[in-house]
Ligand binder design. Structure first.
Ligand SMILES: *Cc1c(COP(=O)(O)O)cnc(C)c1O
Length: 518
């Protein structure tokens, strides 16, 4: 069939090129979060070829598209070997870390409900709990929210980033309503590994499911120099599930993670199956129905090609680069690395032990590094008052660096930029949010409201210069619009930190939601 197109496809793709040129660079190591660059062009080419090969496939049905079943089975087999699972460990490839975490929670909830029923307890009368360190990934806040559980946070130590085993012991002493304990290997905010051996043993003794969130570190820690996997992976009998993202240190395009579960009966509770409609019988292992096989195929091609030896080599590069960067950062007066990171994530805060005029604020430092062409991630300070143990210390604001294999080749430039940026902001105090809060208050005619509707939130964003007038109400937005955020993020983060969540969350939602309004 020949047909009349409304636009020339070459011109449309030309526009896509222009749009992509405005994105942050995905390669070359300049963005130290979000993207995981192996630094090996052949791996990217391999992924692209695999994506193209399965482009029209619907991974909804592995009986119709058998390639999907074979690739998934082989990835699960690879992961099971890497994380030392025995024959009872089975698994699924999901669309990403969040989906793996959601499904681990869903599974644990089903197990808890079945156990409650067996004890003669009506599960509908109780909201089950998830217990996790305050450093647990936000995906578990989301899972609790979506799936109707309550997330109870255990404080972490401000210096080490680690929770106390005793806090878990106390919470698990009366565990009838605890559905799941979650621990990280390592935690995203601080890059430290939770006390998984001790806490998983406590969970097992209490008959509670225990998930290891290795979404970040899963595909580096098995080869990390000097790290004993017996301390965190499926060798620990109390660990009932483990998630590891292929689209992080598996170097796969976004859209792939693996969730392993101990025991077939446990894992079957992850599934949704129904014959209760007049259409095809539905069996879904994951959240989506029809789904792409693109990231699955890319992950399969990469894991097959690299093998354990390839991963070991890439990890060795990450480890060398991390070691060097830790040395460089520890040598910068006014900054301090949080805890003892294990793996390729570093959290950096102010060294309070030096006089104020020698201190470096991590957010000013990150903003300054950006002017040198390097993007660190700003993490707000965090009040642990809402955790289970009153008096949990406030966690300081930090800058986060994710180290990838490409980082090693950029170390001289990156180190020089980090040192120069620190020198340029040394002694500059943290952003004072009082004026910003004042202008917010004034815009609202006094006190901050308990909740914000979309129009009020947008007006507030405009009032503090975070949204352009006309972004939504006066004609089409700029066709090559770059995001809505200012060059310097420190004031923005300070505001996020200072506002109550009930105000900050709708403000942030508004900021992002407006970006996609036609
Ligand atoms: C990235 C990450 C997640 C969530 O993964 P997404 O792939 O972003 O959905 C969960 N836990 C940890 C520790 C992570 O690093």
């Amino acid at each position: 069939m020949s047909m009349q197109f409304e636009q020339d496809s070459v011109a449309v793709l030309g526009r896509l090129d222009a749009l992509r040129a405005a994105d942050a660079p995905t390669h070359g190591g300049r963005v130290l979060s979000y993207v995981y660059d192996s630094g090996i062009a052949e791996i990217d080419a391999l992924a692209a070829a695999a994506v193209r090969a399965v482009q029209p496939v619907n991974a909804l049905d592995p009986t119709t598209f058998s390639s999907v079943a074979v690739m998934e089975r082989e990835i699960v087999g690879f992961a099971r070997a890497v994380f030392h699972g025995d024959d009872s460990v089975v698994g699924t490839v999901t669309s990403g870390g969040t989906e793996s975490c959601l499904l681990a929670v869903k599974t644990a909830r089903e197990i808890w409900r079945a156990d409650a029923a067996a004890r003669g307890v009506d599960h509908r009368a109780t909201v089950p709990r998830i217990i996790a360190p305050s450093s647990v990934h936000a995906a578990f806040h989301k899972a609790a929210d979506y799936l109707g559980l309550r997330l109870e946070l255990v404080p972490v130590d401000a210096a080490s980033g680690l929770p106390a085993v005793a806090d878990f012991a106390a919470l698990l002493a009366d565990a009838d309503d605890v559905a799941l304990v979650v621990l990280s290997a390592p935690s995203y905010p601080h890059g430290v590994i939770d006390p998984i051996a001790e806490v998983s043993a406590l969970a097992a003794a209490a008959g509670v499911s225990c998930h290891v969130d290795a979404c970040f570190g899963g595909f580096v820690l098995p080869w990390w120099p000097g790290l004993d996997a017996a301390g965190w992976d499926l060798q620990l009998p109390g660990v009932t599930s483990l998630s590891a993202d292929l689209h992080k240190y598996g170097y796969t395009p976004k859209g792939a993670s693996v969730l392993l579960q101990r025991g077939r009966d446990r894992q079957r509770k992850q599934y949704f199956a129904t014959t209760g409609w007049p259409g095809y019988p539905v069996v879904n292992s994951t959240l989506l129905g029809s789904k792409s096989a693109a990231a699955l195929a890319a992950a399969w091609a990469i894991t097959q090609t690299l093998g354990q030896s390839g991963f070991a080599e890439l990890t060795a590069s990450c480890a060398r680069a991390t070691e060097t960067l830790l040395g460089v950062i520890r040598g910068i007066e006014g900054l301090r690395v949080v805890g003892e990171p294990t793996g390729p994530a570093i959290a950096v805060t102010t060294d309070e032990s030096v006089p104020a005029e020698r201190r470096v604020d991590p957010h000013h430092w990150a903003d300054q590094a950006r002017t040198h062409g390097w993007q660190l991630q700003l993490q707000p300070g965090f009040d642990q008052a809402g955790t289970t143990r009153p008096g949990g210390a406030r966690l300081p604001a930090t800058a986060h660096l994710t180290v990838t294999p490409v980082t090693e080749s950029r170390l001289p430039e990156l180190s020089a930029a980090l040192i120069a940026a620190a020198a340029e902001v040394r002694g500059v105090p943290r952003v004072d949010v009082a004026p910003l809060l004042g202008s917010l208050g004034a815009a609202l005619g006094g006190a901050l409201p308990a909740t914000l509707d979309a129009a009020t939130a947008f007006a507030l964003l405009q009032g503090i210069g975070l949204a352009q007038a006309g972004a939504s109400d006066a004609g089409a937005p700029d066709a090559t619009a770059t995001g809505a955020l200012p060059e310097r993020l420190a004031p923005f983060l300070a505001l996020v930190e200072a506002l109550p969540p009930a105000v900050a969350e709708p403000l942030l939602t508004e900021l992002i939601a407006r970006l996609v309004e036609p």
